[in-house]
Write a protein that binds this ligand. Structure first.
Ligand SMILES: [Zn+2]
Length: 307
């Protein structure tokens, strides 16, 4: 968290607001946040924001003019606890969650006053990071060049999945396919009725097609709910949700049917959902519709997961 649907929704909402905005200043109160030194964040002042886009789980914020010698992109990775939000008030000095601030004026939504695009991070760790790269460096930077094809809206046919890896390990590996983390991996594998620790090479064509379709449906379904509102399939009350709006909430309610629902009934067959743990990873699965009635044992798991 946040993964492809959350990043895509963030990018769409922020782009519609701040594209074309003038940059007053940019700074990084998070001392370890910026991983590049040139161009410096100071070079953004006086320029404009050319818009936001997404690659995998990365947010790409474009800038031009000001002190920049050429158009540049601020590449941001929110890691597990970061958010990119837009605020109409300046950040207070006591807000310890602030890692990076770009102060803007105006934008595509016609807002005339000053606003702050803020990278905030919750929890004690400083893991979220940014790189400011000239545009001709973006595609060759290792954080971008090592990414696999996008998991949505048109994932590859999955014949190239590494045969000896587990499904769970492979679809979470950004070099194999970009955009899926531990949250949506649980939902996708449950939707496709596939065992998380199955070897990729064991899948037949029909199962590969099922997995690909589950990526499209699950990631696209979550994004649709964020952007258009509607009924959250995981909400027992079935009360329609409103579309997301700025500033994005600190905690986005995710429409999850299995992830973190260990001990609750499988929405498909009522079997109690189980979890397996390995190092810092936890996966939730249904032993009826995913692993053929057999729960995983942890010893088997630790051997299998060394991939
Ligand atoms: Zn089930």
């Amino acid at each position: 968290m946040p993964e492809l649907p959350e990043i895509e929704a963030t990018v769409r909402l922020l782009d519609a607001a701040v594209r074309g905005a003038e940059v007053d200043s940019a700074r990084a109160p998070g001392l370890a946040t910026m991983r590049t030194f040139a161009p410096s964040l100071d070079a953004l002042a006086g320029g404009t924001c050319s818009g936001l886009r997404r690659r995998g789980k990365l947010l790409l914020v474009g800038f031009e003019g000001g002190g920049l010698e050429a158009p540049a992109t601020l590449v941001l990775h929110l890691m597990s606890a970061g958010r990119l939000q837009l605020w109409e008030k300046r950040a207070g000095p006591r807000d310890r969650t602030v890692r990076l601030v770009v102060r803007l004026r105006g934008g595509a939504d016609g807002f005339a006053e000053e606003r702050e695009l803020r990278l905030r991070e919750f929890g004690t760790k400083q893991a979220a990071w940014g790189k400011l790269l000239l545009d001709d460096q973006v595609a060759v930077d290792e954080t971008i060049s090592h990414l696999g094809p996008e998991a949505w809206p048109d994932p590859p046919d999955l014949t190239e999945l590494p045969p000896r890896r587990t499904l769970r390990g492979a679809i979470r590996d950004q070099r194999v396919i970009a955009g899926i983390g531990r949250t949506w991996a649980d939902e996708i594998l449950w939707t496709a009725k596939l065992a998380p620790l199955r070897r990729c090479g064991d899948l037949d064509d029909e199962q590969r097609a099922r997995l690909r379709q589950a990526m499209i449906d699950v990631l696209g379904g979550a994004l649709g709910l964020y952007m258009d509102g509607g009924v959250d399939p995981a909400d027992p009350d079935g009360k329609p949700r409103k579309p997301l709006a700025l500033p994005l909430p600190d905690k986005l309610p995710l429409p999850l049917l299995v992830h973190r629902r260990t001990g609750q009934p499988c929405p498909r067959d009522g079997t109690t959902l189980l979890a397996v743990h390995y190092e810092d990873d936890e996966m939730t699965y249904c032993p009826t519709c995913q692993t053929g009635g057999k729960p995983y044992k942890d010893r088997r798991l630790s051997r299998l997961l060394k991939d």
